[in-house]
Ligand binder design. Structure first.
Ligand SMILES: *[C@@H]1O[C@H](CO)[C@@H](O)[C@H](O)[C@H]1NC(C)=O
Ligand SMILES: *[C@@H]1O[C@H](CO)[C@@H](O)[C@H](O)[C@H]1NC(C)=O
Ligand SMILES: *[C@@H]1O[C@H](CO)[C@@H](O)[C@H](O)[C@H]1NC(C)=O
Ligand SMILES: [Zn+2]
Length: 303
């Protein structure tokens, strides 16, 4: 944001008090709103010491052999899911039958929704960055610990929410199953509109748990207001493919609540503030003796 826009926004926020929150990309002279630097004025947690996203410095991640793979439940079921333009993003609601356990999380977590963060034509839009690099897109699957019934209940538990993050890398070929998702986004152009995605399977997009043994883990927050600091983050090392055609299509489907094209819907990275990022080591499921064969094979290939 330029200095004059910044000053204008500051003035606006001081005179109005409660502006609606927005991303940096949304702010303009006509449409002043509460940009990420000012979220904490209305949502105090956003100024906390365990905020997300972060830049992951891979060389500083601590190897931890107590980070086993996940068990995904219901990922292979064919489901009909509703999606909603919330004015800030497009959210795909998941049924409670989709759950997970394992991954060193303390219990069973049920899925709530998934959504994406993206950039704009030629500009990457992931929320987490890896060694300073922003990737084209990031998918989040939000899970709530059982037996909590809502995000509001779960946010009082430091591990009440489990967020899985998948980073996308640009590929020459289209992602084979992303076009149905992109088409669905085109049906929820404006804030408040909703639609249904029929016969969807999470496995169309998310790899099997056995292929996701390498990941980063840290404690953080939701990346949108109220920035609740109750999230156990998992950022998978394995990236998912997306073509440049698909990336441009995604960035032209929806509009923010301001009416502007929904692009660059990511929060800037936040200070680590002394937190440690852990990295699952060697990819072995040490707590699953059953995977011994897979593990030794993996080690042989990676020495
Ligand atoms: C999903 O919707 C389609 C079309 O309305 C319907 O035929 C199908 O039975 C539904 N599937 C589930 C699992 O509800
Ligand atoms: C977005 O839509 C929702 C639901 O229709 C509504 O409650 C909300 O006020 C809208 N937000 C804005 C900023 O228009
Ligand atoms: C792994 O364990 C599960 C249940 O504990 C069992 O059903 C499966 O057959 C085992 N797989 C192998 C390769 O031993
Ligand atoms: Zn998100």
């Amino acid at each position: 944001m330029s200095l004059s826009l910044y000053l204008l926004n500051l003035l606006y926020l001081q005179t109005t008090g409660t502006a609606l929150w927005c991303y940096d990309a949304q702010f303009s002279c006509e449409e002043a709103c509460r940009d990420p630097d000012h979220w904490s004025g209305q949502f105090p947690s956003c100024g906390g010491l365990r905020q997300s996203p972060i830049n992951i410095v891979t060389a500083k991640a601590h190897s931890n052999s107590a980070l086993p793979p996940f068990n995904f439940i219901g990922h292979n079921d064919q489901i009909n899911i509703s999606l909603d333009n919330t004015g800030h993003s497009a959210q795909f609601s998941l049924p409670h039958s989709v759950r997970l356990s394992g991954g060193a999380l303390p219990g069973i977590y049920r899925a709530e929704n998934f959504h994406f963060h993206w950039g704009r034509e030629g500009n990457p839009g992931s929320e987490h960055t890896i060694d300073g690099e922003r990737l084209p897109m990031e998918m989040h699957i939000v899970h709530i610990k059982e037996p909590y019934g809502s995000l509001a209940e779960a946010e009082h538990d430091m591990a009440g929410i489990a967020l899985l993050a998948f980073l996308f890398e640009e590929s020459a070929d289209d992602h084979p199953h992303l076009d149905t998702v992109i088409e669905a986004l085109g049906r929820v152009q404006n804030n408040g509109s909703s639609s249904v995605l029929v016969n969807f399977r999470l496995t169309d997009i998310v790899p099997a748990a056995a292929e996701l043994h390498s990941y980063y883990r840290y404690v953080g927050s939701m990346t949108t207001p109220g920035c609740e600091q109750a999230v156990s983050w998992t950022v998978f090392q394995r990236t998912l493919p997306v073509s440049s055609r698909q990336l441009s299509a995604i960035a032209t489907k929806c509009r923010f609540w301001t009416g502007k094209a929904m692009m660059d819907n990511f929060r800037p990275t936040q200070p680590l503030d002394g937190r440690v990022v852990y990295k699952s080591s060697s990819g072995c499921g040490l707590l699953q003796p059953n995977l011994t064969l897979v593990c030794s094979f993996y080690i042989l290939l990676h020495i």
